[in-house]
Design a protein around this ligand. Structure first.
Ligand SMILES: [Zn+2]
Length: 139
């Protein structure tokens, strides 16, 4: 058993291994595989199965890859995109949560997202990022 672990470690020595993108590929492939089992139309199912297989193959190729620089660049790109997607969902969640007590506006000059207390009347809002002031009326 120990010998097997050593062999595996030797085999993986200069290979890339696992990362967040690899994890995402396997999870996506798993989800597609589950969805495909509910599809009874055989050619649609075949397309799903092929996508599922392609994702798994990409995950394995990345896992065994010796081009560590290229793989980590892919992972950084993936994490940037994923950060934007999850940031958008977190923002929507927060916006929904304090929809009663706050309003959200965009700064007219730098487009920063601004959160303002929901108090009736005319307000002068100052953007903390760029200092631009603008007026909003809350009814
Ligand atoms: Zn601004």
């Amino acid at each position: 058993m120990n010998n097997l672990m050593q062999r595996f470690r030797f085999f993986m020595q200069d290979r890339y291994g696992f990362d967040q993108l690899g994890f995402a590929l396997i999870i996506t492939s798993l989800i597609i595989s589950i969805i495909s089992s509910f599809i009874f139309e055989w050619h649609v199912r075949l397309v799903f199965r092929l996508i599922d297989l392609a994702l798994l193959i990409i995950a394995v190729i990345r896992f065994l890859s010796k081009n560590i620089d290229a793989r980590s660049r892919e992972n950084i790109k993936f994490r940037t995109v994923w950060g934007k997607i999850s940031g958008w969902f977190k923002f929507q969640n927060r916006r929904f949560r304090d929809g009663q007590t706050h309003r959200y506006y965009h700064c007219p000059s730098c487009k920063a997202q601004l959160r303002v207390k929901n108090i009736k009347g005319k307000h002068t809002i100052r953007c903390p990022r760029c200092g631009t002031q603008f007026e909003k009326k809350i009814r």
